[in-house]
Ligand binder design. Structure first.
Ligand SMILES: NC(=O)c1ccc[n+]([C@@H]2O[C@H](COP(=O)([O-])OP(=O)(O)OC[C@H]3O[C@@H](n4cnc5c(N)ncnc54)[C@H](OP(=O)(O)O)[C@@H]3O)[C@@H](O)[C@H]2O)c1
Length: 224
């Protein structure tokens, strides 16, 4: 039975990832920051729930210690939006730092802690990034910190790729689409179910040779 870990799993895309991974017979280690949210009602024998703020290295270490000896899939899903400032003069740099910490730095920290488990059988790291991190697609601008955080995540991941491949670990940078969640809002065209079905198909087809690709839930290659 394969084993997966999903961060930010109490709601939104993370919660649906947990549901669909359980349906596919994974043992799932689902993490939440404060509130178990939708995880509380899943009641599945293959679900293990951990309290973990992705910003806190001690909590990350404690969670990973309780998973093992191997991890087939790590999903770095937890993320935050920025202040949605309408001009450069409104940017709040404390918020910028907080967004960078959660969206760009924490996924790398969690991956670092999980490396021995991922290397055990040649696992996959799924980074939930965004098309908004694409420099080539940034015609509309704004969302300064959110965009920059996802661009940084894309570069961290790309820079890690050779080293990870040498350990048989595959990296997948995934834009989930514009999805109806608290972050995506009510006008988003995609349901969490549709988005996560696509994400699961991309995970299934992933090979070591594909490591480092930047695609959306439908498998379309995205511009950097
Ligand atoms: N929805 C979209 O249209 C869309 C598009 C592109 C990319 N994405 C990406 O998809 C991922 C999931 O987003 P979503 O739409 O499902 O958003 P969401 O409904 O707002 O969920 C965000 C999740 O991240 C968790 N989180 C935030 N900060 C955390 C921290 N410090 N430690 C642990 N967990 C933390 C939240 O936990 P709490 O409940 O504790 O806050 C929540 O579980 C994010 O990385 C987002 O950037 C979403």
């Amino acid at each position: 039975m394969p084993t997966a870990m999903v961060t930010g799993a109490n709601r939104g895309i993370g919660l649906e990832l947990v549901r669909q991974l359980l349906d596919r017979d994974y043992t799932v280690h689902a993490t939440y920051r404060h509130d178990m949210g939708g995880l509380a009602s899943l009641n599945h024998p293959d679900l293990v729930v951990h309290q973990m703020d992705v910003r806190h290295a001690d909590e990350v270490a404690a969670t990973i210690e309780n998973i093992g000896p191997s991890l087939d899939l790590l999903v770095n899903n937890a993320g935050v939006a920025d202040g949605r400032w309408s001009s450069v003069s409104e940017i709040d740099f404390d918020v910028v730092a907080a967004v960078m910490e959660v969206n760009a730095i924490a996924p790398v920290r969690v991956t670092q802690h999980a490396l021995p488990l991922l290397a055990a059988h040649g696992g996959t790291v799924l980074m939930i990034t965004s098309l908004m991190g694409s420099i080539g697609d940034c015609a509309s601008g704004r969302s300064y910190a959110y965009r920059a955080s996802k661009t940084a995540l894309n570069m961290f991941t790309t820079a890690m790729n050779n080293e990870m491949q040498a350990q048989n670990i595959s990296l997948l940078l995934m834009h989930p689409g514009w999805v109806e969640t608290d972050m995506g809002g009510p006008n988003a065209p995609l349901s969490v179910q549709e988005s996560v079905e696509g994400i699961m198909a991309r995970v299934d087809e992933q090979t070591l040779d594909m490591s480092g690709r930047f695609v959306d839930y439908a498998g379309t290659t995205l511009p950097w």
